[in-house]
Design a protein around this ligand. Structure first.
Ligand code: SF4
Length: 686
C-alpha cells in the first residue's frame, strides 16, 4: 500500500525513509515561557510516529521579519533555547528537523517583536493583511537581511538542525522581491526580471556559503502567486533553474498569497489541486539538467492516498503535509501499518490552526484538540498500557463534544458508555457534513465512532436519557454531559406559521423547501444553509474544473477575477440585524464563503429590523429605514441556539459527578473547536 510514499528518498546528503515531509506550520508555541517544552513535545510526538523530516514554522532571521509576537527570532537567545529543545526531542525520537528561515516583509505587524520597528519591504506597497504600508528597504537593509539569512542558517546548523528551508513563497519578503506587484524598484534589486530574482538568489548563495555544501538546503518557491501582478510564469521558470544552479537541494512548491482571490487551502479546494504547479517545476528542472534537485509538492493533500498518487508518476519527489499532522500525529505510522482508514483526517476547516496562527492563540486542531497541548494531555493508549485506577463513565450525547470526551476517556483506559438520543452520532457536526465542500466532516464522525467501537465502547443510539434515568446513572463514577443544543426560536409575529422552519428542519429536508427562501440570521449556520440551498449537492469539482473556474491555468498567474454569478437552484435571501454577515467565521475562510454566496446570487441584507413573518414572506425595515416586504415560499430561522442542559442539576442533586461540554455548557462563542476542546478537557476533569 502506498508504494510511492513508502520509498526511501534523499534531499541533498539527507536520506529519508519515505516521501512525506511535515510542512512548516506556525504554532504560537515558539515563544512560550517554558524553554520550548511545549514545542518540543509537539514535534517529538510527530517524530516518534514517523514524520521523517519536520520543517519548523517560520523563524524570523531578524526582529523586523517576525510575522507576529508569537514568531521566534533566530538571534534571540530565549527562542534559540526553545529551538534547541525541539531539535533534541526530534532526534531522541529518531526524526530529522529543518529550520525554516523566514522574513515576513510587508506581512509583518508593526512592532510585533521587541526592537522590530516598522515593517520593511522592497517597495511601499500597502498590505491589507498587516494593515500598514512598509518602509522601503535601502540597499544596505537588503544586504544586511541577506547576511541575516546566512547567519540564521549558520545558527541552525550549530543548534543541531538537519537542514534549513528558506521561505520564499506565500507572499513573504523574498516573494515580494520577485513579484512586480510589490517590487517597484528601479535599482539593482528590481526593475526587470533578472534584478527581481537577485534577492532570492543572493539569499540562497549566502545560506549555502554559511552552511557548506554538505548541509541540506530547501527553498520554498512560489509556483503561482495567484495575485494579479504576481511573479510572471517565465520568471518562475527562470528562478527555478537559477535556484537549482545556486545550490538548492530541494524546491518546496507553495502557491498563493494572503490577498489571493483564489482559495488554496480551504475545504472547497479539491485534494491534490496544486500538485500541477510542483510537477511543472520538476519538468523545468529536468529539462535544464538538474536531476538531483528534489521537488516537494504541497497544499491540500489531506490523505496519504493523494500524496501517493502525486508521487506515482515520478513527477514530484516528496509531498509536504502540514495540517494532517496536527489532526493525527500518527498519520504516517498508521498508514505504514496498513491502517490508513484509522487516520483522523484533517477536514481543512482552518478554525483552530491557520486562523489562530494569524493571532497569538496557541494553534490546535478541531478534530484533535490535544494538538499543541501534548504535555497537558497524554496520548491515548490501549487499555492494557494503563495502570489505573480506572473508572466507569457515561457520556450523554454523541455530538462532536461527546465523541471527543468518550474517545479520550477510553484512551485513558476507563470504561465508557455513550448515550445518544438521535439515530446517528454527530449532532450539529453532522449537519455541517451536508454542506457542499464539507463532506469530509462526516469522516471525523466515522473516525471517532470507529475508534469507540475498536475500544469496545458501547454507543447506545436512539436512547434519550431523561430525569427518570438519573438513579441508574448513579452507578457511574461520573457523567460527561454533552447533550448539545436546540435551534432557538424567534419572538416575532408569524413565527408559528406553517411555512416557517428552523435550521435543523431545513437541513433535514432541504428538498421540501420552495424556490424562494428567506433565512433570518447571518451566522455560520445560516451561511452554510444558504450555500447548501444554492449548490448542487452532487456536483463534484475536479482539480481541473476548480482551476478553470478560478481562471488559473497550470502554473500561470490568473486574472484574479471573481467567479461569475451562476444559475442557482433557488433564490435565497439572508437577513441580519447586525452589520456583518458571517462575523464568527475565521478570516481564512470567511472571504471564500462570502464569495460563494455572491456567486450564487444570494441576497444579503444587514442592519434590518424584523416586523412580521407573513403567509407570503417577511416584512422588515431595512438599514435605510424603509419598510420592505420580501416574498418567500419558506422562511428559515437560524437565530442561534439554546443549550440542552436540564440533566445537569438533576445529576448534581443526585450526587453524580458531572462535567458539561459543548453546547450543553453554554452557547456563547459555541463552535466545533470549542466543543471538541471541552470534550477533551471534560474527560480529563471528570
Ligand atoms: Fe485541519 Fe481543521 Fe485541524 Fe486545522 S483545525 S488541522 S484545518 S482539521
Amino acid at each position: 500500500m502506498y508504494d510511492h510514499v513508502f520509498r526511501a528518498g534523499a534531499i541533498g546528503t539527507m536520506r529519508l525513509p519515505h516521501r512525506i515531509v511535515m510542512g512548516a506550520m506556525h504554532l504560537n508555541l515558539e515563544t512560550g515561557d517554558d524553554d520550548g517544552a511545549a514545542l518540543a513535545a509537539f514535534y517529538a510526538e510527530r517524530a516518534a510516529a514517523g514524520a521523517a523530516l519536520i520543517v519548523t514554522g517560520g523563524v524570523a532571521v531578524n526582529a523586523v521579519g517576525a510575522g507576529g509576537p508569537g514568531y521566534g527570532v533566530i538571534g534571540d537567545s530565549r527562542d534559540r533555547t526553545a529551538l534547541s529543545a525541539a531539535v533534541r526531542a526530534v532526534h531522541e525520537h529518531g526524526g530529522r528537523i529543518a529550520l525554516q528561515l523566514f522574513h515576513a516583509g510587508r506581512y509583518a505587524r508593526p512592532g510585533a517583536r521587541e526592537g522590530a520597528g516598522h515593517p520593511v519591504a522592497p517597495s511601499p506597497v500597502h498590505s491589507a493583511f498587516a494593515r500598514c504600508t512598509p518602509r522601503v528597504m535601502s540597499p544596505r537593509d537588503i544586504t544586511t537581511t541577506i547576511d541575516d539569512f546566512a547567519e540564521g542558517a549558520r545558527a541552525a546548523r550549530a543548534l543541531g538542525f538537519d537542514a534549513v528551508e528558506v521561505m520564499g513563497s506565500e507572499g513573504y519578503l523574498i516573494n515580494q522581491f520577485t513579484a512586480p506587484l510589490t517590487n517597484l524598484r528601479e535599482d539593482a534589486w528590481g526593475g526587470d526580471a533578472e534584478r527581481r530574482r537577485r534577492f532570492p538568489l543572493e539569499v540562497l548563495r549566502g545560506v549555502r556559503a554559511a552552511v557548506g555544501r554538505d548541509f541540506p538546503v530547501l527553498f520554498r518557491i512560489s509556483g503561482n502567486d495567484l495575485v494579479a501582478g504576481g511573479t510572471p510564469p517565465d520568471e518562475v521558470t527562470a528562478l527555478t533553474v537559477a535556484l537549482a544552479g545556486a545550490g538548492a537541494d530541494a524546491l518546496s512548491v507553495g502557491v498563493g498569497w494572503h490577498e489571493s482571490p483564489v482559495p488554496t487551502v480551504q475545504s472547497e479546494v479539491p485534494a491534490g489541486t496544486w500538485a500541477a504547479c510542483a510537477k511543472a517545476l520538476k519538468r523545468t528542472l529536468l529539462a535544464a539538467g538538474h536531476t538531483d534537485v528534489a521537488v516537494i509538492a504541497a497544499n491540500r493533500f489531506p490523505h496519504l492516498a493523494q500524496a501517493d498518487e502525486a508521487l506515482s508518476g515520478g513527477e514530484v519527489d516528496f509531498v509536504a503535509m502540514a495540517r494532517p499532522f496536527l489532526a493525527d500525529p500518527q498519520l504516517v505510522a498508521k498508514s505504514a501499518a496498513g491502517h490508513p482508514d484509522r487516520v483522523n483526517a484533517c477536514i481543512a476547516c482552518n478554525e483552530a490552526c491557520i486562523d489562530r496562527s494569524f493571532g497569538t492563540e496557541r494553534v490546535s486542531c478541531l478534530v484533535n484538540p490535544r494538538a499543541g497541548h501534548e504535555r497537558q494531555f497524554p496520548p491515548p493508549q490501549p487499555a492494557r498500557h494503563h495502570s489505573g485506577p480506572f473508572g466507569r463513565y457515561a457520556v450523554i450525547g454523541a455530538g462532536i463534544a461527546g465523541l471527543e470526551a468518550a474517545r479520550t476517556l477510553a484512551g485513558l483506559g476507563h470504561r465508557v458508555e455513550v448515550y445518544e438520543a438521535a439515530a446517528h452520532a454527530g449532532g450539529q457536526f453532522r449537519l455541517a457534513s451536508q454542506v457542499p465542500g464539507k463532506a469530509e466532516f462526516a469522516g471525523t464522525i466515522h473516525h471517532h465512532v470507529r475508534e469507540l467501537r475498536d475500544a469496545g465502547v458501547p454507543l447506545h443510539l436512539g436512547r434519550r436519557i431523561g430525569g427518570a434515568d438519573v438513579p441508574e446513572l448513579r452507578s457511574f463514577d461520573g457523567v460527561v454531559l454533552a447533550t448539545g443544543v436546540l435551534p432557538a426560536g424567534l419572538s416575532l409575529s408569524g413565527a408559528e406559521l406553517p411555512h416557517v422552519r428552523n435550521y435543523a428542519q431545513a437541513f433535514a429536508d432541504p428538498e421540501a423547501l420552495g424556490d424562494r427562501i428567506v433565512i433570518i440570521g447571518g451566522g455560520g449556520i445560516a451561511i452554510d444553509l444558504a450555500h447548501t440551498l444554492t449548490t448542487d449537492p452532487d456536483a463534484e469539482v475536479t482539480p481541473e474544473e476548480f482551476l478553470a473556474r478560478h481562471a488559473v491555468a497550470g502554473s500561470t498567474p490568473h486574472s484574479g477575477r471573481e467567479p461569475a454569478v451562476r444559475d442557482a437552484p433557488r433564490e435565497v435571501t439572508l437577513l441580519r440585524r447586525g452589520r456583518r454577515i458571517g462575523a464568527g467565521i475565521g478570516p481564512s475562510t470567511r472571504w471564500v464563503v462570502m464569495r460563494n454566496l455572491r456567486a450564487a446570487g444570494v441576497r444579503m441584507l444587514t442592519g434590518v429590523t424584523y416586523r412580521e413573518i407573513t403567509p407570503t414572506g417577511v416584512l422588515l425595515t431595512d438599514a435605510e429605514g424603509t419598510e420592505r416586504s420580501l416574498d418567500a415560499d419558506h422562511v428559515v430561522l437560524a437565530v442561534g441556539q439554546v443549550p440542552v442542559d436540564e440533566l445537569a442539576p438533576l445529576l448534581r442533586e443526585a450526587g453524580v459527578p458531572v462535567v458539561t461540554a459543548g453546547g450543553a455548557a453554554g452557547t456563547d462563542g459555541l463552535n466545533a473547536v470549542r466543543a471538541t476542546a471541552e470534550g477533551l478537557r471534560a474527560a480529563h476533569r471528570i
